[in-house]
Design a protein around this ligand. Structure first.
Ligand code: 9MR
Length: 491
């Protein structure tokens, strides 16, 4: 109908760009957790059964079929106007026991035939999209060993697509895999596979990039866009099909860890909405209450809503990226009293003497002065140990000038101590004068790829001039750098 799109929901915001936004549905939660179901249907316009439409769950033994759980998901989707993606017809995991590794080609082929025919005729047009083959490739680009490969040879992929189209002529058919989001041997092999399938006349419509990520190891936005573009150039759409973002390795306050995660979600969502070829984006669940990550790797919080179903910064970031709005959460300085209006507060000095002054000031009523300095590393310092987190880029800014010298080099430094020792990373240097205020700004990557073990100490320094030179500073701030604002392309 002509119901106006409610862009306050994720599904509505995605729909406003012509895309579907979905989540994998957990079997237990569907029947036992009404709050989960309510949030699912209000926020998501597409679902993928997380396990219920895999071969094993659907056909526990050769004579037994069980569509109960899958049907309840499909019915829910129909009631709430959600698109359904079936997952997955052919996969080396979660197979029925009667599919044995040593099956001969004829037996495997007829088992597949029965599975495809029964499953696809059962759902008919209720399931619009199917993952036909899942995870057929290895990271070096070669084909994964499986009963399908050993019995049917490499052509099993093409055979599966042709067979699926026979029983589901209206469905759109996908190849789905992990580790193919950026540019690497596996994603290049995927492009080659899709090229071959098309050349063979196999009916393939798209590729699912699973997007199981760990913050700090995600493909860049540009790399992902290029990768989606090369699939689009073949005439296939891309889906982000199983996104989640692990953060248990990140140090720092929870708010900073969740912000880091939100940045990864923002960048990936932005890459999708900035790409004509990206048609759908789905997450592997939506609440930290239920995630495969906890079981597979350890306690984590990889999704958009927390254990209490409260929206996390990641949910806000996805929503903002869908709407082409700037990402929020980076504005406030992680330092306290950077304008020195309430005295020295958390500012300290390892030497010399630190005081607030009312003249000169850059802004407001006071600035800080570091005088009687006996070494170049002395100046205003503030601990940021409980204020910043790894996996983030921080921008520091300050206004500085000097006394007792007409000019001197002043720098801003991030210092930290971890298992590898003490580190000093300059954000930037500037030539300050005794005549006027000069801006000092720069960025530092305080990242898990640079820290080793536990960070036990971290400070922001303003320092640099020779002993005896006074440093003045005002309006000092340190804040994270958020991703560039997305520019959605409608489909
Ligand atoms: O999330 C699924 C989990 O509940 C199952 O135990 C597991 C079985 O291997 O499969 C998980 O889903 C996988 C998906 O089907 C394919 N891509 C990787 C997903 C996470 O392992």
């Amino acid at each position: 109908g002509d119901v106006p799109i409610d862009t306050s929901t994720l599904r509505g915001a995605a729909a406003s760009t012509g895309r579907w936004l979905g989540a994998a549905v957990n079997t237990g939660a569907l029947s036992d957790d009404p709050d989960y179901v309510a949030l699912l249907v209000s926020e998501f316009g597409a679902i993928t059964p997380e396990n219920a439409t895999k071969w094993g769950p659907l056909q526990p033994d050769a004579e037994t079929w069980d569509f109960t759980v899958a049907d309840s998901m499909v019915d829910l989707a129909e009631l709430h106007d959600m698109r359904v993606k079936g997952h997955t017809l052919v996969w080396h995991n979660q197979l029925p026991d009667f599919i044995s590794e040593s099956m001969d080609p004829a037996d495997l082929r007829s088992a597949m035939q029965a599975h495809f025919e029964t499953t696809l005729s059962h759902f008919g047009t209720q399931i619009a999209d199917w993952d036909v083959v899942n995870e057929a490739l290895l990271s070096d680009g070669s084909m994964r060993e499986s009963v399908f490969l050993s019995a049917l040879g490499e052509d099993y992929v093409s055979e599966a697509f042709t067979m699926a189209a026979e029983y589901a002529p209206d469905a759109r058919l996908f190849y789905n895999d992990y580790g193919i989001e950026g540019y690497n041997d596996k994603s290049t092999a995927t492009v080659a596979l899709v090229t071959d399938l098309i050349a063979d006349g196999a009916p393939i419509h798209g590729v699912g990039l699973q997007m199981h990520l760990t913050h700090g190891y995600a493909p860049t936005r540009d790399e992902l866009k290029d990768n989606i573009d090369r699939l689009w150039a073949l005439g296939t759409v891309a889906h982000i099909s199983e996104m989640d973002v692990q953060i248990r390795h990140l140090q720092g306050p929870e708010s900073e860890r969740l912000l880091a995660q939100a940045m990864t979600y923002y960048d990936i969502t932005a890459a999708c909405v900035e790409s004509e070829g990206c048609e759908q984006m789905s997450f592997w669940g939506f609440t930290d209450r239920y995630s495969w990550i906890d079981t597979a790797y350890g306690a984590d919080d990889p999704l958009l809503y927390d254990d209490d179903l409260v929206a996390k910064p990641a949910r806000t970031a996805v929503h903002q990226a869908l709407l082409g709005e700037p990402m929020t959460g980076c504005e406030d300085s992680r330092l306290t009293n950077g304008d020195f209006e309430s005295g020295l507060d958390d500012w300290i000095s390892w030497g010399g003497s630190l005081s607030t002054v009312s003249d000169p000031v850059y802004a407001g009523g006071s600035a800080v002065r570091s005088s009687e300095r006996t070494a170049e590393w002395q100046g205003p310092v503030q601990s940021v140990l409980d204020r910043i987190g790894d996996g983030l880029l921080y921008e520091g800014t300050a206004w500085v000038r000097v006394g007792n010298a007409s000019e001197a080099e002043v720098k801003m430094t991030l210092q930290w101590i971890d298992d590898a020792g003490e580190h000093w990373v300059p954000l930037n240097w500037v030539t300050a004068t005794d005549e006027d205020w000069t801006e000092l700004s720069g960025v530092v990557n305080f990242s898990d790829t640079r820290t080793t073990g536990e960070v036990v100490d971290a400070h922001l320094y303003i320092e640099g001039p020779d002993a005896g030179v006074d440093i003045y500073a005002d309006d000092v701030s340190l804040h994270p750098v958020c991703p560039d604002t997305s520019v959605p392309v409608s489909r």
